[in-house]
Design a protein around this ligand. Structure first.
Ligand code: C2E
Ligand code: MG
Ligand code: MG
Length: 428
């Protein structure tokens, strides 16, 4: 269906800036074709706002014209282009299979990957897309909404530039929005609590350390796992208050155990936003005084990416934490894009090898050798190694053999409540 085949006899259907169809045309067109299978892709340019803000709207409009022309050319005989709003365009396909639409949108995305050059200025003009294949006679604005949900998913996750709408996606988004609305109240009502997972010292053959892990139990949603609520807390900035609440719970717990003659070191997970907060140090100090805790008992777990990206402010905070006697652990090493050379730059005492790496132990001998080399290297650099997610005796024995210092995982114990910890430590 070429654009030229569509007779347009009225300017009210043409976008005055870009000269492609506008949404009134889309509405009119859909009336005649609504019993067909309509595939709809929404495209959004990733940093168009930057162009407007930097070079002004007149320049922005000229760029928009070029983008529209390029889109039109790329789609000559497949779908037709509509400028929907701002820098959002729609490509409409009639009776085309999803694979074909995907292919055509992928081509568009690829075409916009290169640096865009105009009037002597160079900039990136990458594009993200959401696709939905409608059902015959489905409401046009419902089709658009679903493609838009998929587009937002592409933009937010940044995993792929193109997403095809699926029901599950919408469920996820609806759930996330609901959780988001609930979290502030949950924080006020103190619905969060901590469980503790023992960390077993291989040489001393005992537990004198635990990791505090947050749990959330909500009336409506039941138990929500931290991998789900922590990112939302981070996104909304609530993680700062949440983080303080966790710290306070841990300090209070250390004291409570101490009064029972149980002396444990506690590892606490810290989010990047928390170490950007200038009040962090003061808060830690005041908790130390309030509960009269030896801060040598505290380990903050931070992920590699956070530490690498540390700016001078964060570095300053990290230094002050160390002056307070708090140690740092590099959490989840080997799960993302870990680089050996990054480790050397990091002022951590512990390196926590991620479950992803530990899980490789049962594979061939070369993988095992690689893990041994890791541990030898970190050892000789002076780090203490904690392996996470140990589930089997086989993994345990191998890690012991190659000189890993500490072990954490279901093989030793799942995360448990404070009373269970007391029992475990007493029967060490
Ligand atoms: P993490 O810090 O890497 O914590 C280890 C996670 O691995 C925990 O999941 C733990 O239950 C799980 N785990 C431990 N041993 C095993 C095992 O043998 N097998 C398996 N399959 N899993 C094991 P959890 O409690 O769901 O926590 C997930 C993540 O949430 C944590 O990863 C941490 O990044 C984050 N998190 C938890 N509590 C807090 C908190 O208070 N603050 C912040 N900022 N993040 C937290
Ligand atoms: Mg951790
Ligand atoms: Mg971890």
């Amino acid at each position: 269906m070429g654009e030229s085949n569509l007779a347009v006899d009225n300017f009210e259907y043409i976008d005055p800036i870009t000269n492609v169809y506008n949404k009134y045309y889309l509405e009119k067109f859909y009336k005649d074709y609504k019993d067909k299978i309509i595939g709809l892709a929404i495209l959004d340019f990733d940093n168009f706002k930057y162009i407007n803000d930097t070079y002004g709207h007149i320049f922005g409009d000229k760029v928009l014209i070029l983008l529209a022309q390029k889109l039109k050319k790329l789609n000559e005989d497949k779908g037709f282009i509509v400028r929907f709003s701002g820098d959002k365009f729609i490509v409409l396909y009639v009776d085309r299979p999803l694979e074909e639409i995907n292919e055509s949108i992928t081509k568009i995305i690829d075409e916009f990957e290169d640096v865009f050059e105009f009037e002597g200025k160079k900039f990136l003009m990458t594009v993200s897309a959401g696709i939905y294949l409608g059902k015959p006679n489905e409401d046009l604005y419902e089709i658009i909404r679903r493609a838009d949900v998929a587009l937002n998913y592409s933009k937010r996750t940044k995993v792929n530039k193109m997403t095809v709408f699926e029901g599950i996606l919408e469920e996820k988004i609806v759930r996330k929005t609901k959780l988001m609305a609930c979290l502030k109240k949950a924080l006020e009502d103190d619905e969060f609590y901590l469980v503790y997972q023992p960390i077993y010292d291989i040489n001393l053959e005992r537990i004198y350390e635990v990791e505090a892990l947050a749990r959330w139990k909500n009336k409506e949603f039941g138990e929500v796992p931290p991998v789900e609520f922590i990112p939302i807390l981070e996104e909304t900035g609530l993680i700062i208050d949440f983080g303080y609440a966790v710290l306070e719970k841990v300090f209070r717990q250390i004291k409570e155990w101490e009064n029972m003659n149980i002396n444990l070191t506690v590892n606490i997970n810290i989010s990047p936003v928390q170490i950007s907060d200038m009040n962090f140090i003061e808060k830690v100090k005041s908790l130390k005084e309030k509960y009269n805790i030896d801060t040598n008992r505290i380990v903050f777990e931070i992920t590699e990416t956070q530490l690498i990206k540390a700016d001078s402010k964060k570095r300053q905070i990290i230094k002050k934490l160390q002056e307070l006697g708090i140690s740092l652990a590099l959490d989840d090493y080997g799960s993302d894009y870990s680089q050996i050379n990054n480790v050397i730059k990091i002022p951590a005492k512990y390196i926590k090898i991620s479950k992803e790496i530990v899980d490789l132990i049962s594979e061939d001998y070369r993988v095992k050798l690689m893990i041994k080399c890791f541990i030898d290297l970190f050892n000789s650099l002076g780090y203490l190694i904690v392996a996470e997610g140990i589930e089997s005796m086989h993994q345990f024995e191998y890690l012991k053999e190659i000189g890993c210092h500490k072990i954490q995982g279901y093989y030793i114990s799942r995360p448990v409540d404070k009373e269970e910890i007391v029992k475990l430590v007493k029967h060490n």
